[in-house]
Design a protein around this ligand. Structure first.
Ligand SMILES: *Cc1c(COP(=O)(O)O)cnc(C)c1O
Ligand SMILES: [Zn+2]
Length: 422
């Protein structure tokens, strides 16, 4: 059974009943937090009841989610989350970092963090008998919705900017979604989606609009708690988590997950959350740096398409995630992002630009002293490098082409030796 009580506005604190379709606060447009009956959950469960569950996916946290058992067994929906956490030894040695972990979200079924939100949305949609789900997306949210909807046999409509990387558009089409490319920005696609949903009665998944996306994304916090904090940091030592930020819904969702655990009495200290934005798309960073509690839009321009956002739709909660946890915001250049793709690649982790941005932020934080090499740190890679091969190729030198003979090979190797020593 779900312990879903309703919604609370993150701006004016107004509360709303758990009616079926509800998006942002009717009074002020604020993002809504899903309110769970924490007392009820605390009475019925202990941490061991959760950590002893066997599902290797987000559904092991069903008692803390606002949906009933969706019965997704034996489909890609049952493979969302429970992503691996690595200790990249060479990277750590190079940096002198004692305790660095990387959680690889590219291992989700459609290869990005967004599957967590889309899977939960599908469960919710099924519960409220919505038959068509629509979303605006820079690519990954759409791919996640398209893939998860396909797995559940539901219809998805995706609005994406025409400039989305081809691999992401291919995913949308192959998963059989109805795809509409908008000759404009993500932000324009976003507004169009909301209007279409209203007119046609579609259920709208938009990030930073539908309150359930953060409930899916919070499961990453539960995994970090279960997989890292409980076994490795039981001495109340504070973990620092690096998250790349576009709309700000991932970092808000992760913050919510840790707050749930703390409210349950299962977690002492919420990790310090550090949001990383691209220099060319830094609206949340700007608000944090200016100490503002509202967001001013920018004209976004960055290689990291998944975090390229003019007006972050979950910006206020995203600022709070850093403020309330003693965290911070950082911005990184496209060149730093490309370097991070190469560095992560050297550890066997292939990240798309937005995924690598968090690692670039970690390097920046090390160099400015925001974190030390002694601090326990977890960096999220939110998306797979195969999503944007063109960007990946820009992060590394081109491969040589030689004649197909041994002589040519020797000539090439000699030349290289020369260039190495010269
Ligand atoms: C969507 C996305 C992000 C940013 O998430 P927001 O909720 O928009 O802040 C980061 N990385 C990847 C790969 C994404 O797809
Ligand atoms: Zn409100």
């Amino acid at each position: 059974m779900t312990e879903f009580l309703g919604y609370r506005c993150s701006l004016c604190r107004a509360e709303y009943p758990p009616v079926e379709v509800f998006y942002t606060c009717p009074k002020d447009g604020g993002n809504l937090d899903v309110v769970l009956d924490i007392d009820q959950i605390r009475q019925r469960f202990e941490p061991a009841d959760i950590t002893s569950r066997t599902e290797p996916s987000i559904w092991r946290y069903l008692p803390l989610l606002p949906v009933r058992n969706p019965e997704f067994e034996d489909t890609p929906l049952s493979a969302v989350g429970w992503t691996p956490v690595y200790r990249p030894r060479q990277l750590s040695e190079r940096l002198g970092a004692k305790r660095l972990w990387i959680k690889d979200e590219s291992r989700n079924p459609t290869a990005s963090f967004k599957d967590r939100a889309s899977a939960l949305l599908i469960a919710r949609a099924r519960e409220i008998r919505a038959s068509t789900i629509v979303t605006a997306s820079t690519g990954n949210a759409g791919a996640a919705l398209a893939g998860m909807a396909a797995a559940a046999g539901m219809r998805a409509v995706i609005f994406a900017p025409r400039t989305a990387p081809p691999a992401k558009v291919a995913q949308l089409l192959v998963y059989g979604a109805q795809v509409i490319l908008v000759d404009g920005s993500y932000d324009q696609a976003f507004d169009l989606t909301i209007q279409a949903a209203r007119e046609f009665g579609w259920y709208c998944r938009n990030t930073g609009y539908n309150p359930f996306t953060a409930e899916g994304k919070k499961t990453a916090a539960y995994e970090i708690w279960e997989g890292l904090i409980l076994p490795y940091l039981p001495e109340r030592e504070q973990l620092t988590v690096f998250v790349s930020v576009g709309d700000g819904n991932i970092i808000s969702g992760i913050h919510k997950g840790f707050k749930d655990l703390q409210a349950l009495g299962w977690l002492d200290k919420i990790p310090r959350l550090i949001g990383v934005q691209a220099e060319g798309s830094a609206a949340v960073f700007n608000a944090f740096a200016a100490g503002r509690d509202y967001i001013e839009p920018v004209h976004a321009d960055t290689i990291a398409d998944s975090i390229s956002v003019d007006l972050p739709r979950d910006g206020v909660r995203a600022v709070r995630a850093a403020v309330e946890t003693g965290g911070a915001y950082l911005k990184v250049s496209d060149q730093q992002i490309l370097n991070a793709i190469r560095d992560l690649g050297s550890a066997g982790i292939f990240a798309e630009p937005a995924g690598a941005a968090a690692y670039a932020g970690y390097l920046e934080a090390l160099s400015t002293g925001l974190v030390s090499s002694e601090d326990p740190v977890l960096v999220l890679n939110t998306g797979n490098g195969l999503k944007d091969v063109r960007a990946a190729m820009r992060s590394v030198p081109e491969a040589p082409v030689i004649e197909p003979g041994f002589d040519a090979l020797i000539r090439y190797l000699d030349q290289q030796k020369g260039s190495l020593h010269g």
